[in-house]
Structures are given as C-alpha cells and as structure tokens.
Design a protein around this ligand. Structure first.
Ligand SMILES: Nc1nc2c(ncn2[C@@H]2O[C@H](COP(=O)(O)OP(=O)(O)O)[C@@H](O)[C@H]2O)c(=O)[nH]1
Ligand SMILES: [Mg+2]
Ligand SMILES: [Zn+2]
Length: 303
C-alpha cells in the first residue's frame, strides 16, 4: 500500500464546497472540502491531499490565520473575505467622489489586522496639474506614514510605482465600486482576462460572477487579491479601547492622556482632544474616530 503524502498549499479562490488550491510549484488543484466545518477563504494556508484513483483532491484542514479581513454580511454576521494579508491597498478616484471617512475605515481595518495600508488615487488622467480637493486629504494620510500613489489605469501612469508597492506583499485591493480596481489589475496583469476565466470556469462559477475573491501573482513576487465584494468591514470587536488602534496618531497621543482608559470623548486631561484643538491631529480624522467608536458601540449592542 502506498501512502499519499498530504501537501501544503494556498487557497487562491473558493466557491461553495470547493476551493482552488495552489501548491508550492504554482500548480492549481480543485479540491473538495473534506468536512462541513471547513470555511477556507482566499489567502488561507491549507493542508490538502492529491487525487487518488477513488477520490478527487481533498482540502483537509485550514491552518491558523495570521489575520483576516472581515465584514458584516446583510444578516449581521461576520464574514471572512480573505486571510493572511500583509497590505491593504485603498483605491480612490476623482469619480466616484472620494470619501475620506471610508478611507479611514479601511486604514483602521488594516491597523486592526496589523497589515500595512496604502492609498492609490487613480484616474489622474481626469485631473489637471493643479490636482483636486482630495489631494489635501492624501497629504494627511502621507504625513501619517501611509504611502500615497497617483495612477491612471487608462493612461498607464504610476503603474511602475504601484508594482513596486505590491512587491513582496500579499495585498488586497479595496475601495468604492468604480474607482478602477479591476482596471488597475488588468493593467498590471495583461493576461488577467484569461486567468479570471479559467479560475471561474474551473470552479464552475459564471464568468461574470464577482462573489469570490481571487489571488493573482505579479512577476515581481507580489501577490494581489481582488475582492469585488469588499465595501465595508466590521469593526467586529471594536470595543472602545480598540478603536484607537485603527488611528495611529490617536493611539500615539493617548499615551499622554490622564486616564489610561480614556476614550477621548470628554475626559479631563485628554491629550488627544488637546492635539485636535491644536490641530496637530486632523479634526476630520478625530471625527472619523468618534464615528467608528459610535458604530462599534451600536454593533456590540446588536450582537
Ligand atoms: N478616466 C479613467 N477611467 C478609468 C480609470 N480606471 C478605470 N476607469 C474607468 O472607471 C470605470 C470603473 O472601473 P473598474 O475597474 O470597473 O472599477 P472597480 O469597480 O473599482 O473595479 C470603468 O468605466 C473604467 O474604464 C482611469 O485611470 N482613468
Ligand atoms: Mg471591479
Ligand atoms: Zn484621551
């Protein structure tokens, strides 16, 4: 009797009871889930067993996740979108009109996951040399240490910088619908249309279905997850003390608050409120923090 060795792999896409698993050589295998309790997502590291004469490839177990990007689904349950992400790339554009509060939330999601965050302002071909209003917000993000890039997927501007940003990361592209995420991916991966087709076809998914996230490889070693479903994320366990972990400048200033459990709303001796008054913390970012704090409180009441 020959024993079949179990293998390690990465989930590059999943759909229903099936997952597409990539082995160490880059070959992809359509696996059935070996148990009902398994919930693999794109980016998961898994153990799988190759096909035998009597069985197709099987996904046996999902290894512990370093992190996961989650959002509440429409039934209020937390849904995991992708796992083991090292960078969240937030795509904005002059149209649809960018919302800095949404960018803050994605940045906070990245901070909660201990992933890097970067902002890409796409469709620069629509903007003159003088820029536009949102550039002032981009400056705020850049001053906090988040890389900000200007690109045009149509005009092929800034794509080299974007490629460099993605190098040696597992990134997920997020942002409002219509900002050009798919267009940027297509520009970075000229053979993407083909890839998308074969991934979807092998999982029995319709060509235009956009429910599953999919992992793609760049030639510089970067891995990028296109997740058409990411619109929001759940601050899940965003209890008061944790919301500030999504705002680096608030987290830093909080070290000087009088009370160690200060939530920076109206406590005396609050160093965060002092910094907002002195405008060394952006009042808009502070407002964003307050909104997220309130949202977290509403959600925890709901659950
Ligand atoms: N002018 C301009 N249009 C773009 C650019 N990138 C994408 N678009 C257009 O914006 C629309 C939405 O793009 P898409 O990639 O589907 O956005 P997604 O929803 O973020 O994936 C499409 O009509 C694209 O052709 C760009 O750099 N410049
Ligand atoms: Mg898209
Ligand atoms: Zn405080």
């Amino acid at each position: 009797m020959t024993a079949i060795a179990d293998c390690h792999g990465t989930v590059v896409s999943n759909f229903g009871r099936r997952a597409l698993v990539e082995d160490a050589t880059g070959e992809r295998h359509q696996c059935m889930l070996s148990s009902r309790s398994l919930r693999p997502v794109t980016g998961d590291h898994v153990v799988w067993r190759p096909a035998t004469p009597s069985s197709q490839p099987l996904l046996l177990s999902v290894e512990e996740r370093r992190n996961a990007l989650v959002r509440p689904n429409n039934r209020g349950k937390i849904e995991v979108l992708a796992a083991n992400i090292t960078q969240v790339v937030i795509v904005v554009a002059p149209s649809p009109e960018p919302d800095p509060f949404i960018v803050d939330r994605y940045i906070a999601a990245a901070e909660f996951m201990t992933a890097d965050a970067a902002i890409v302002c796409n469709k620069r071909d629509l903007i003159g040399a003088d820029g536009f209003e949102f550039d002032a917000e981009l400056d705020v993000f850049a001053a906090l240490g988040y890389p900000t890039l200007l690109t045009s997927a149509v005009g092929h501007e800034g794509l080299g910088e974007l490629r460099d940003l993605l190098q040696s990361h597992t990134s997920i592209l997020v942002g409002q619908s219509g900002t050009g995420k798919s267009s940027l991916l297509n520009a970075l991966l000229p053979d993407l249309d083909l890839a998308t087709q074969s991934v979807s076809a092998s999982l029995g998914e319709g060509r235009h279905t956009t429910t599953a996230s999919t992992l793609y490889h760049l030639d510089n070693g970067g891995r990028i997850i296109d997740s058409p479903g990411v619109r929001d994320y759940a601050p899940g366990q965003a209890l008061d003390g944790q919301v500030q972990q999504g705002f680096v400048e608030i987290e830093a200033a909080s070290q000087r608050c009088r009370f160690h459990n200060c939530v920076h709303m109206k406590e005396p001796g609050c160093a965060v409120i002092e910094a907002v008054t002195a405008q060394t913390i952006s009042p808009r970012r502070y407002e964003s923090y307050r909104r997220l704090l309130r949202l977290g409180r509403d959600l925890s009441r709901q659950y």
